[in-house]
Design a protein around this ligand. Structure first.
Ligand code: SAM
Length: 375
């Protein structure tokens, strides 16, 4: 890709073009960026490039002559590529626009300054105006760098591997899931368990769910055009339902999730029989937040005492908890169970077949918390 930048301040761009991924892409020849100093084409005896606006008003306007002549001197007659003026009035740059630009043979970027550019220059040499966002910069140079940077990432060979740009925010139509690197425990903040488990399918499911949730939370309008599967839509319905519950009973969901996060594996091992744990792994369904198969299989909040393991069930019976949270994915509902589990917890569990199969599937008394409960 060849990019020509027409600017009054080429030195503003140069440092960025010499560093990191852009610098390497240019050095390797994946990208050619030429900086053209508009001032050199001014025919004014003081090499002026701007003048007062006709009709009055604040500031200066870049004159047509140096710009039109700079274009004529630097673009061949058969130039094929897009000629862009960076401007807050332009079409807003999005990843879709970036993808469109990356398909061009060449790009020309004109950077304005002061109050902007004489309209006649734009009418003569520009195909399109492009804005990098709804705010006003002092000049188009930063905008040009943004375009160069975003476009260059899509040029084959610029990123380490061609896959690196595939999963990004917007490329999938969604915002990207959270990323983590070592250490697994940073000052007490742990990496979600699912990412450490090495189960690729679980990791893909978790990332998809996170991407859907983040997009729903921050940029719901993207979901209208994102390519979604039926499973995505189911997940979104669940997430929306969870949000409705949260809105109706503030804090409930968060408390439930915190309780589930605090839920130790030891408790699970103590109360859920081995065959059920295996089934849980296989049949894992996703909760609002995914902390590995444990959470998937058992998206429930428990009182801390009950979660302590050994002897907890007896303590729980002797001193029934005031409430607990129960998430039933099949029904897409999070229940708050108040009082001493009347009706018994069992009836809530049986309301959802998937959960029943996963957790009380053996039906053998004495196995698992609900088996015990029903004897
Ligand atoms: C102060 S601005 C001029 C703004 C102009 N008077 C207007 O209101 O549209 C100077 C230059 O910065 C660049 N610029 C400012 N905001 C921009 C944006 N959001 N996107 C791209 N370029 C921008 C343009 O090249 C513009 O000519």
């Amino acid at each position: 890709m060849r990019i020509k930048v027409f600017t009054l301040f080429p030195e503003m761009l140069r440092p960025m073009l010499g560093e990191s991924i852009l610098g390497r892409a240019i050095a390797a020849g994946h990208l050619q960026v030429e900086l053209i100093d508009i001032r050199e084409y001014s025919t004014d005896k003081h090499r002026n490039t701007d003048d007062y606006p006709f009709g009055g008003g604040a500031g200066m306007v870049m004159s047509a002559q140096p710009i039109v002549d700079a274009f004529a001197a630097n673009l061949p007659g058969d130039f094929r590529g897009k000629r862009i003026y960076l401007s807050p009035r332009g079409r807003t740059l999005t990843q879709k626009v970036v993808e469109e630009l990356a398909r061009e043979e060449a790009l020309v970027l004109l950077c304005g300054h002061y109050e902007g550019v004489d309209q006649r220059a734009l009418d003569t040499v520009i195909d399109e105006e492009l804005s990098i966002g709804d705010y006003v910069l002092t000049g188009g140079e930063l905008g040009a760098l943004v375009v160069i940077d975003a476009v260059s990432r899509l040029i084959p060979g610029v990123l380490g591997s061609d896959e690196s740009s595939e999963d990004e925010s917007f490329t999938t139509g969604l915002l990207e899931y959270p990323q983590y690197t070592r250490p697994a425990d940073f000052r007490g903040q742990k990496v979600p368990e699912v990412l450490l488990g090495g189960n690729h399918a679980d990791i893909v499911a978790w990332r998809r769910e996170q991407a859907l949730e983040l997009t729903l939370e921050r940029r719901p309008e993207l979901l209208e055009t994102a390519p979604l599967t039926d499973a995505d839509r189911d997940m979104l319905d669940r997430l929306k339902r969870a949000r409705e519950i949260e809105a109706a009973t503030p804090g409930l969901l968060r408390q439930g999730l915190q309780a589930a996060d605090a839920f130790p594996k030891a408790w699970f091992a103590a109360f859920v029989p081995e065959e059920n744990r295996k089934a849980a792994r296989k049949q894992c369904f996703s909760g609002r937040r995914h902390v590995g198969w444990l959470w998937q299989a058992f998206s429930m909040g428990f009182i801390p005492d009950f979660a302590e393991g050994e002897g907890a069930l007896e303590r729980w019976r002797a001193n029934p908890p005031e409430s607990c949270w129960l998430y039933l994915p099949g029904e897409r509902l999070l229940y708050r169970v108040d009082g001493a589990f009347e009706p018994p917890l069992e009836s809530f569990i049986l309301a959802d077949e998937a959960l029943t199969r996963t957790l009380v599937g053996t039906g053998k008394p004495g196995k698992g918390p609900y088996g015990v409960e029903s004897t």
